[in-house]
Design a protein around this ligand. Structure first.
Ligand code: AMP
Length: 282
């Protein structure tokens, strides 16, 4: 069944009001569209836990660092709605720009500490854009549960902290990263890779696994890191923003993984920035 597409806050509130009155669990899956199986795994998780599920599609201008990146971002609303049909979601929320940022909009939600590292540094303003739009989506939907991917682990932790700090009564669920057969983490940005670049892209996860295995076997992380970065550049990547092991909870840099930790990476391939993370043995 095709779900209704709602484009205004008023329509979203009208849809959710009866669900709230009946005390139903409402799950929200925020996305920027160009849906792939990674997104759909979040929808499946939401369907399992909640009586009602809302998928949101909004290419949020505030979380892009450059106008070109925003302009190039894939937009496939029709195909997205078709992919959602088999999940029987209750609503697809595709807010018009002025519903999210009406004239005079002047509030910014910033989360400190967790955003002092990695994408917080390499994409200035990105997490404020994310935290602001997600806070709005939480408030507009009055969802009880939200579903985010571990693929964007830093974002997941930022959203958790934001909801907790602002006393938003919502449970934020983190869902595992879904990958292509060759290991590349699914991402809407993969659509921007040329055929040639697409064949090179799995080197990222290969090198992440190589470093994680080497460190688990006792190798010095700094040496393993420089080998992996060199291998990526040899394979055709043009730059590496970070490739490092950090603690899951506060994202602090670890010289050896002594508590639950992940290896985080961001690297450039043919003008496309790919990010990924995997757990490391502690
Ligand atoms: P995006 O549309 O890229 O903003 O992503 C929307 C949501 O889908 C975020 O919570 C992402 O972390 C999640 N997501 C994106 N790619 C994947 C993936 N490969 N596996 C699981 N979740 C993902």
């Amino acid at each position: 069944m095709t779900a209704p597409i709602l484009r205004s806050v008023a329509d979203l509130r009208a849809a959710t009001a009866p669900w709230r009155r009946e005390g139903q669990r409402i799950g929200i899956v925020p996305t920027m569209g160009a849906l792939h199986d990674g997104h759909l795994s979040l929808v499946a998780a939401a369907k399992e836990k909640c009586e009602r599920v809302i998928v949101t599609i909004f290419v949020n201008p505030r979380q892009f660092s450059t106008p070109e990146d925003l302009a190039n971002y894939p937009r496939t609303e029709h195909a997205d709605a078709a992919k959602l049909a088999r999940f029987n979601v209750d609503a697809i929320y595709v807010p018009d720009g002025d519903q999210m940022y009406p004239a005079g909009f002047s509030t910014n939600v910033t989360v400190s500490d967790l955003t002092d590292v990695m994408d917080g540094i390499h994409r200035p303003g990105h997490f404020a854009g994310v935290a602001t739009v997600v806070a709005k989506l939480f408030a507009q939907s009055s969802a009880t549960d939200a579903f985010f991917g571990e693929k964007d682990f830093q974002q997941l932790q930022v959203v958790r902290r934001m909801a907790r700090d602002l006393d938003i009564p919502i449970t934020v669920h983190g869902c595992p990263t879904i990958r292509e057969i060759d290991g590349l983490a699914m991402s809407s940005r993969n659509l921007l890779l040329s055929d040639r670049a697409r064949t090179v892209a799995p080197a990222l996860i290969d090198q992440m696994e190589a470093m994680a295995d080497a460190v688990a076997a006792g190798r010095d992380p700094a040496a393993a890191q420089s080998d992996s970065i060199a291998a990526l550049l040899r394979a055709g990547f043009t730059g590496v923003d970070y490739f490092e092991i950090r603690a899951n909870d506060d994202l602090s840099l670890l010289t050896s993984p002594t508590r639950p930790a992940r290896l985080f990476a961001a690297a450039w391939l043919a003008g496309v920035r790919l990010i990924d993370n995997i757990p490391v043995q502690t």
